[in-house]
Write a protein that binds this ligand. Sequence first.
Ligand code: ATP
Length: 497
Amino acid sequence: MDEALELFSLSGEEILIVMADGEYIGALSRRSLFNAKRYGLKVNLSEIAEEIPSGETFPGLEVLRNPLGAFLVLKETPKSLITLKEGPLLQEGLFKKETVKLKGELKTFAQILCEISSELGVSAYFVGGVVRDLILNRPCFDIDVVITRKVQKFAEKFARALQGEIIKKSLFGTFKIKAGAYIFDIAQMRWEYYEAPARLPRIAPGPLRLDLFRRDFTVNALALCPVTGQIVDFYGGVADIFSQKLRVLHVLSFIDDPTRIFRAARYATRFNLELTKTTLRAIDLALKFETLNLLTPARLRNEFLRIFEEKEPLKAILFLKKHRILKKLFSLDPDETLFKKAFHLAEVAGLGERAEIELVALLLAGSPEEFAKLELSTKKFESYQRQRKSLEEKASWLLDPAIPVSEKVFFLEKFPKELLCASVSFLDEDFLLRCFKHYFKVSPGLSGKDLKRLGLNSGPILGKILKKIRAAKLDGQIKDGEEITFLEKELKNGFPS
Ligand code: ATP
């Protein structure tokens, strides 16, 4: 590493090519090497070298492009790479410049952005997910805007123009505006660096290029100029969207901020993206240097909550399993089938996001300490453990066909739904499904008031009567609408004794 750092100083280059035994391994950036050294990571250069995927071709030349920059390679002698700054390449028009035609409300927002920025003498861009979603023709209601200066003034004017309101000001000086169905985040363009792995970044105002470089993946490192509709794409994000690639901006990305791995799980599964070699290398590094365990419980929990906001959270969880992330954080290692069954039950049961977090914790955590990693109390873990034991003790009783359904239902419904879902490893899946779909929803069809109206005296007896009616329904003795006849008959027989 020291030798390479010296080579960087001597050559004045930002990128050097790593080769081993005459084979081309990848490109090493001064920044990644410097940060690896600063964080005290002991790595081989090949571990932090980044791939340079092929891009457009020209007679005799091929342009290799990645977030580190653009390279020209002579085709006949593939080992000789010439690094070029992207500026001249863009000027020469070697890369296609994408433009987007803004429509509907977004067009109105763009016009307002233009007016306010010229009034204040600043530049404004749409950035991040909204640009990606525009290219993909997907609706987007969370819109990020970066501007060069005067953020507060800009946010105030923008909120007023949209008849919205500023609902939050963040630690990083960004403003959240709510206007109808839309949420805007207005921020000053900035660059950032990390003092240590998994910490929150230090920030400073910076140019658009660096503001985009601090982002998680190339597909999100895009800006859109509201004046021209032109996409600003320094890092090949447009090509990655079209070729469905999930590429980090640099190989230490997940060491800087391990929450990005969870973001990767969401994007890869939501957009069906393939991880590039550098992204896979970035995961290996985060695992090797234990950065995941440096995340605070609040941050980790937040990432899981965001996963549960996805349409198909199970896919994202299985992504984390496949890439060994879950195993690094938790000691239980459920197989795919168990995850599938538990998540299917959770869907049928209609668990909310909070209960889903507890379900995941129940499936993964083998100790109170692991449970606490998701900001859940260790006491709760112990209470779940006790309840789980009672369920386990009754597992064979629950399977016994001679036991009336009502007894089983009365027993099971005392337990939290998330625990029942997690217990599908030892409880009958079909019976649980029937409970969530039907049995738990069966009602006596009459209320205490109804019983009083029928001449019964109030008291705990009413509860017992209602339970008996419900049991009769669960056991198929009566159907909806037959409650009163059943009650009258039973009362004649001295019910309840
Ligand atoms: P989603 O569709 O999931 O809401 P989004 O792209 O809008 O995706 P946000 O979480 O709203 O995601 O973040 C907005 C933008 O900020 C992202 O597009 C990304 O460029 C950047 N960003 C957010 N979190 C991170 C992070 N942890 N590291 C780097 N960049 C981030």
